[in-house]
Design a binder for this molecule. Structure first.
Ligand SMILES: [Zn+2]
Length: 240
């Protein structure tokens, strides 16, 4: 799944032992999601969300988690190049073709997650996390921001804890930069209908220069995946 170079995954500690994650990268299949542009290169949301989702999941596994990748690309693993070639062959776990219709596509993903969730006997920490990249005008730098389902306390805590982890990281690595990403509620199909508590993350604006640097530079994608994982670990520690 991760591709040749990243295939081997070394378990570095057990902070997430017993936890289960259902990771969804937004769009995919016939739907590339939002599109941005750098010179002649077209950036497709689904490809960047997918690459960061793989890196994030791999990081969770390194800390002992069990991870299901709900959206899967049979050919693309983790990629290091800045401009990720667009493909439309993504499938839904375990190997179902992606429907063209948006409602059917989301329902297919929710069903896959809920079947997996019910099949797991443990009552431990289980979360669904969905990654997207937003599209707005080129003027708007949006940083990363988080949504949870209204009224879901676990979702609120996970979103807040992840947000604060990103904030801490920016303060450490780029003091004075400032980080304005926020947490809010939103009634989204994926947040409402998944049995595990879910959080929806927008990783940036695919049209804004600064947000684009987070996407196209391989090191930044990797760092982001690690920071997201640190946020998850911090949230999980609150349950013990
Ligand atoms: Zn999206």
């Amino acid at each position: 799944m991760f591709g040749k170079e990243f295939e081997q995954v070394e378990i570095i500690d057990h902070h997430l032992k017993g936890t289960i994650f259902y990771l969804v990268s937004g769009h995919g299949g016939p739907d590339p999601g939002a599109m941005g542009k750098i010179a002649d290169n077209i950036l497709c949301e689904d490809e960047y969300a997918y690459d960061i989702t793989l890196r994030f999941g791999r990081e969770l596994i390194r800390h002992g988690a069990k991870v299901y990748f709900i959206v899967r690309d049979p050919h693309d693993g983790i990629r290091n190049e800045p401009y990720l070639r667009s493909s439309n062959d993504e499938v839904c776990y375990p190997n179902k073709p992606t429907p063209l219709n948006q409602v059917q596509r989301l329902k297919q993903r929710v069903d896959a997650i809920n079947v997996l969730f019910k099949s797991e006997k443990t009552s431990g920490y289980k979360r669904c996390i969905e990654l997207h990249v937003d599209a707005r005008s080129t003027k708007e730098n949006i940083d990363l921001f988080f949504y949870y389902n209204p009224g879901n306390k676990e979702g609120e805590r996970l979103a807040m804890t992840m947000r604060n982890a990103i904030d801490r990281k920016y303060q450490q690595k780029q003091p004075g930069r400032g980080y304005s990403g926020d947490v809010s509620t939103r009634s989204l199909y994926m947040l409402r209908n998944t049995l595990p508590t879910a959080v929806f993350i927008e990783l940036g604006n695919i049209n804004h220069y600064r947000d684009q640097q987070r996407l196209i530079i391989e090191n930044n994608r990797e760092a982001l995946a690690r920071w997201l994982c640190e946020g998850v670990i911090a949230d999980h520690q609150k349950t013990n």
